[in-house]
Write a protein that binds this ligand. Structure first.
Ligand SMILES: NC(=O)c1ccc[n+]([C@@H]2O[C@H](COP(=O)([O-])OP(=O)(O)OC[C@H]3O[C@@H](n4cnc5c(N)ncnc54)[C@H](O)[C@@H]3O)[C@@H](O)[C@H]2O)c1
Length: 395
């Protein structure tokens, strides 16, 4: 990341420059700044805007789309919210609709919503005419603090999550933290769980700031959100600036994801949209990873307790949902998208494990280590037990 100090630009938006490998793009954020966002989008001189959003965001913020679009002809592509949007079918329908609406190489795709519309829009922008300009306007904490700070754009296959994707950089990211005030609490906290991941795995020095916000009881206060956004940008950028494809140092961002993704998929298969939000599932995945590290003698009791303190402080019940069985999780883990980073072993999967807070175990230059299925099972057993609301250490 470059441009390390926050500055107030003429538009009233705060700006940081994000560098991911050779790609750089500005990230502008502030409060009550939708009009400024529209002005900045107009400065890209698009002939058309293609807004990619979901029905819930549209219901809340249709007026913001009008403001951002101004006089620029716009196509609004919406779909019922949730992972069911990240499919080849939806991608194909949106692409066809955009093309039939007469978009050109001068058009700009604008993602407006959470990580789901963001990922879909990223793929669309990459595919249309082999690449049109992309602007992200994230409206969830997950998207603003995590997914837009990555070039990864992916949709799901019938086999697993994020299996079909590419890397594509936006021209700019804009957000107004006031968008987050309408987020259901579970979605807000889901984003904060990803922030917690960054603290535990990358920047433990930010843990005290996060603790203070958790203790304050109002993480949705604008000042808290601005601090969280800034801290997330700093943490995530520190591991992706030299790793465009998140295939080396950036893999540490997968902390909690091997089991977390699997829990998320299983729960969504069982409960549909009522399943755990992404970040909450990742929080459970981090607890599993912490228990495995502890069992290997790498994390101390205190460090495992810190995981529980932060995760439960963010309102996450530290237990596998009743709708999900450990066996199902293990079956999905076998298809994890980090397969292939390490020499194949039938009994093990590549995993981000910590040797201390902020200190991932490395295999060469990769923050990955093989973990045997029996180790994952033992750690899952701990969070499957109903009594898991207090830290239980496996050894
Ligand atoms: N590319 C990456 O590196 C990356 C990183 C993290 C997550 N992701 C992806 O992002 C997705 C999860 O993101 P998400 O949690 O933002 O999901 P999401 O986009 O489905 O949003 C969650 C819910 O919040 C609603 N919502 C959005 N903004 C709102 C607002 N301001 N007010 C009220 N409701 C609002 C949405 O309608 C939806 O129901 C996953 O598919 C994940 O794979 C990608």
């Amino acid at each position: 990341m470059v441009g390390n100090s926050l500055s107030r630009g003429e538009t009233g938006l705060r700006s940081r420059t994000i560098a991911i490998g050779e790609k750089t793009f500005p990230y502008h954020f502030g409060r009550e700044c939708v009009t400024e966002i529209g002005t900045a989008i107009a400065q890209l001189a698009p002939d058309k805007l293609v807004f990619v959003t979901d029905d819930d965001v549209l219901a809340h913020y249709g007026h913001a789309i009008d403001t951002m679009a101004g006089a620029i002809p716009s196509v609004i592509l919406s779909h019922p919210s949730g992972e069911s949007m990240k499919t080849l079918t939806c991608l194909s329908q949106h692409l066809e609709t955009a093309l039939r609406a007469g978009i050109t190489r001068r058009s700009v795709v604008v993602s407006f919503g959470g990580g789901v519309p963001g990922n879909l829009a990223g793929l669309m922008a990459n595919l249309l005419f082999r690449g049109v300009r992309l602007v992200h306007v994230p409206t969830t904490t997950i998207a603003a603090m995590d997914s837009v700070l990555s070039l990864k754009q992916a949709i799901n296959s019938g086999v697993g999550k994020n299996h079909l994707g590419t890397y594509y950089a936006p021209d700019a990211v804009f957000t107004d933290v006031d968008f987050f005030t309408t987020l259901p609490e579970r979605e807000l906290r889901s984003g904060l769980c990803e922030m917690a991941k960054n603290c535990l795995a990358i920047q433990p020095e930010a843990l005290d700031g996060l603790r203070a916000i958790v203790a304050g009881g109002d993480p949705a206060a604008p000042d808290s959100l601005l601090w969280l956004l800034d801290a997330s940008i700093a943490a995530k950028s520190s591991v992706t600036r030299d790793d465009t494809f998140e295939r080396r140092a950036g893999l540490v961002l997968e902390y909690g994801h091997t089991v977390g993704h699997a829990i998320e998929i299983c729960d969504h298969r069982a409960r549909g949209a009522a399943g755990l939000p992404h970040g909450t599932a990742i929080a459970l995945g981090m607890l599993v990873a912490a228990h495995i590290s502890h069992a290997r003698g790498w994390l101390s009791d205190d460090e495992v307790s810190t995981h529980y303190e932060i995760v439960t402080g963010l309102g996450v019940e530290p237990a596998l949902p009743a709708s999900v069985r450990a066996e199902q999780v293990l079956a999905v883990v076998a298809d994890d998208n980090k397969k292939g980073y390490l020499p194949a072993r039938p009994d093990a999967v590549p995993f981000v494990l910590l040797r201390g807070l902020g200190r991932p175990e490395m295999s060469g230059d990769l923050p990955l280590t093989p973990v045997e299925v029996r180790e994952i099972r033992a750690a899952l057993d701990v969070i499957t037990q109903p009594s898991a609301s207090t830290p239980i250490v496996v050894g």
